[in-house]
Design a protein around this ligand. Structure first.
Ligand SMILES: Cc1ncc(C[n+]2csc(CCOP(=O)(O)OP(=O)(O)O)c2C)c(N)n1
Length: 557
């Protein structure tokens, strides 16, 4: 909307800036604090505005969108309550290294600092979790702030950036030139870097790659496999990165998530060299700073990561390369090498363990369906390029343990472990990839945290397949309770709605099963559904996770 001879309303400048940064979808919950921006988006049919039912849902959608596209996800929310609801996504973006730009309507400039209605100082609120926080009081600075926020969100270790927009600033008339995206520095390895890696590899009989981040994203998968094959490297996948390498490949060494049996970790820890590529090496991936051991690893450690701040800060690192992991793997894959015969046996031994752990053995619990059997059936029948989403909770242990992951799959799960991602994450995925099966595994706890976003799916036509493990419990916490305080159940029992009827009330399909002999038919119907479908599995609580049972926990096992 033009406001005068070379000037534009600031809200329209903002839209121009977003457009210049490639934004074509924004997830929001509207608020009166940014009406002018909503109005400017009315004139921007090229930007899809998805209205969610809760700012946590909108934030999770933006996170999922960013994980899929590799570009910054954008979320717009109102001040105070909108911003506090959205804060879960800011935290997860930091934990998961996901580029996210959160736009918040702010109280008018004249009222700042007076404790005005719904006022928050966002620099203080997000200071510890966002990479950058700006409040734009001069509309002329919008282009510069937007360019810096997107640049920072995407650079080195990606993460969240927050821009607060005072509501009266958004209606200022301003002459401001849009600033194009700032270039991202992408260091490539030198020939000398690769020489140094090859020299260390030459002395290794048992090299273990720990792959994560960019190395396991779709763009890095071919290079990861080529490098592993060229040098006979065993490849373990970092937390929630299981789709990065074919799990039936002979070089696949296993997964570094929660509850990996100690014998499996010990076997991997017998490595005489660790090559960590793209992974930040957090406590989950390193199995509690054991693989590699902190601060002094038991074997030489090569760490390749785009962000120099991630290298050498926790682990004494033999060789650190702050370079693009994909460029590194490509360069490593084409280097000539002398075959080291012992590596074949090393890979085979780890691979055998990984396969044994992934094999599903049916159990027959008496209090409901073994959720593992449902995951097993989906794993056998789902499309080879299915998008698989996991909310946080024990039901996910079967997915992470038994799903036959292939690089054609896309796994979306949160390293940050926040519940409530399952439904909104699926909405974003289905909108972005309408032709693909989008399967989201969720617990009864997580389902009712953000399940209202099923309405957003129905409204936008996003087709989701939501598989709910209804074990009538916050099962993960119950598991720890039974381990530490056997039989003292406190705050973890849940009374649930009829999820199938609940789904139908949204206009989605609803299916419920309570017996194992119903699984195959229900899975087939779920996969065949054209629109959104909720499959409620009345699952066993006795079979509380893929690794243990209530009985074993109470017996101290
Ligand atoms: C937003 C949020 N709140 C609380 C937790 C702590 N938490 C982790 S798992 C879990 C229970 C999950 O229950 P459910 O979704 O029913 O799945 P289940 O573990 O029973 O399979 C809780 C409360 C969390 N991770 N995220």
């Amino acid at each position: 909307m033009a406001t005068g001879s070379n000037t534009l309303r600031a809200a329209d400048v903002m839209v121009e800036c977003l457009r210049a940064h490639g934004v074509e979808r924004i997830f929001c919950v509207p608020g009166e604090s940014y009406l002018a921006l909503l109005d400017a988006l009315h004139d921007a049919p090229d930007i899809d505005l998805v209205a969610a039912r809760h700012e946590g849902g909108a934030g999770f959608m933006a996170l999922a969108d960013a994980k899929i596209t590799g570009r910054a996800g954008v979320c717009a929310v109102s001040r105070g309550p909108g911003a506090t609801n959205a804060s879960i996504a800011v935290h997860v973006a930091e934990q998961d290294a996901v580029p996210l730009v959160l736009l918040i309507g702010q109280v008018g400039r004249a009222d700042r600092g007076r404790g005005a209605f719904q006022e928050i100082d966002y620099g203080v609120m997000f200071g510890d979790i966002a990479k950058g926080v700006w409040e734009v009081s001069d509309a002329a600075q919008l282009p510069e702030v937007v360019a810096r926020a997107f640049h920072l969100a995407l650079s080195e270790t990606p993460g969240p950036c927050v821009i607060a927009l005072p509501e009266d600033m958004l209606t200022d008339a301003v002459a401001a030139e849009v600033i194009a995206p700032l270039p991202l520095a992408q260091a490539a390895p030198s020939a000398g870097d690769i020489d140094a890696v090859v020299a260390l590899l030459a002395e290794s009989e048992r090299p273990l790659v720990i792959a994560g981040g960019r190395a396991t994203e779709p763009a890095g998968r071919a290079a990861l496999q080529a490098a592993a094959e060229a040098h006979g490297l065993a490849v373990a996948l970092a937390f929630k990165r299981q789709d990065g390498f074919a799990n039936d490949h002979p070089n696949f060494a296993g997964y570094l998530g929660f509850k990996i049996p100690p014998a499996q970790v010990d076997a991997m820890a017998a490595a005489d060299l660790i090559l960590a590529v793209g992974a930040r090496l957090n406590d989950t991936t390193t199995q509690g700073y054991r693989l590699p051991r902190a601060p002094e690893p038991e074997q030489p450690l090569i760490h390749v990561h785009p962000d120099p701040d991630q290298i050498g800060t926790v682990f004494q690192t033999t060789l650190g390369l702050a370079v693009d992991p994909v460029a590194f793997l490509e360069a490593l894959a084409v280097r000539r090498h002398e075959p080291v015969p012992a590596r074949k046996a090393w890979c085979a031994a780890l691979n055998e363990r990984a396969r044994a752990l992934a094999a599903y053995t049916p159990t027959q619990p008496s209090d409901g369906v073994d959720f593992g059997a449902v995951v097993d059936a989906f794993g056998r029948r789902a499309a080879a390029d299915a998008v698989v989403i996991t909310d946080a909770g024990n039901f996910g242990s079967w997915v992470h343990r038994h799903w036959p992951w292939q690089p054609g799959n896309l796994l979306l799960g949160l390293v940050g472990g926040a519940m409530g991602f399952g439904v909104p994450g699926a909405v974003a995925a289905a909108l972005r990839m309408p032709g693909r099966q989008v399967l989201s595994f969720i617990g009864d706890g997580g389902m009712l945290m953000t399940g209202g976003e099923l309405a957003t799916a129905v409204q936008t036509g996003a087709a989701l397949k939501l598989i709910v493990s209804n074990n009538r419990s916050y099962g993960t916490i119950r598991l720890y309770q039974e381990r530490d305080y056997p039989r003292r159940i406190s705050g973890t029992d849940l009374a649930n709605p009829d999820f199938a009827a609940w789904a139908q009330s949204f206009g989605a399909e609803g299916i419920a099963i309570a017996r194992e002999d119903e699984i195959e038919d229900a899975v087939e119907r779920t996969l065949a559904a054209e629109g959104s479908v909720v499959l409620e599995v009345r699952s066993s609580l006795e079979a509380i996770s893929a690794y243990t049972t209530l009985e074993k926990l109470r017996g101290g096992r």
